[in-house]
Write a protein that binds this ligand. Structure first.
Ligand SMILES: CC(C)(COP(=O)(O)OP(=O)(O)OC[C@H]1O[C@@H](n2cnc3c(N)ncnc32)[C@H](O)[C@@H]1OP(=O)(O)O)[C@@H](O)C(=O)NCCC(=O)NCCS
Length: 158
């Protein structure tokens, strides 16, 4: 069930990911992704200055995270995950909206992302937030048997 906005703000907080968060982040990543990023990829994202968010419950447990790059008036959502026990509570929405606000503050006027064609929850989330399918990236994602294409989605900020 969705918590009302004010209740959600009291219970969940967004902050920048720091290197010490990565072990907790990796637990979620390995629980929800078929081909999870390694700890080194998250550490690199922080090191090179990507905007990396964590969502905590009651200022303690990390329940989700989002990685974005912002450059040249564009932003790119590279990864967003919510712990299975906290899904469907609008936290993915909260993180994507936070990323969009951060992008706009740095003059991004468009947001891009990739998603696996079979990832209906993520596609619905992005569509609900106004993202449209704009193309395909061939052989983008690893699979157990090889590679699969990605759907590319974008949203223009007005
Ligand atoms: C995709 C993901 C981030 C969504 O996070 P979430 O916090 O559960 O999403 P929200 O609660 O904000 O959902 C917003 C909307 O997205 C859609 N949605 C989310 N999960 C869904 C599901 N399992 N089935 C269908 N629609 C879903 C719904 O339209 C939902 O609105 P509603 O609850 O009013 O119907 C989460 O499922 C996840 O971490 N998945 C595994 C990692 C992943 O695939 N990341 C995306 C990589 S591109």
């Amino acid at each position: 069930m969705n918590a009302p906005n004010n209740q959600r703000k009291d219970r969940f907080q967004l902050s920048f990911m720091i290197p010490a968060d990565v072990p907790e982040v990796i637990q979620i990543e390995t629980a929800v992704q078929s081909h999870p990023w390694s700890p080194g990829i998250f550490q690199d994202c922080i090191r090179v200055g990507y905007t990396c968010w964590v969502c905590r419950e009651n200022n303690t447990t990390i329940v989700g995270y989002l990685i974005q790059s912002i450059a040249a008036e564009e932003m790119h959502i590279l990864n967003v995950c919510i712990h299975p026990d906290w899904q469907r509570m609008n936290l993915g929405t909260l993180l994507v909206q936070q990323a969009e606000e951060a992008g706009k503050k740095k003059n991004a006027n468009i947001s891009y992302l990739e998603v696996r064609p079979g990832n209906t929850p993520a596609i619905r989330l992005y569509q609900k937030l106004g993202y449209k399918k704009i193309g395909i990236r061939k052989n983008y994602y690893p699979t157990d048997s090889g590679r699969e294409d990605a759907i590319v989605m974008s949203k223009t900020f007005t």
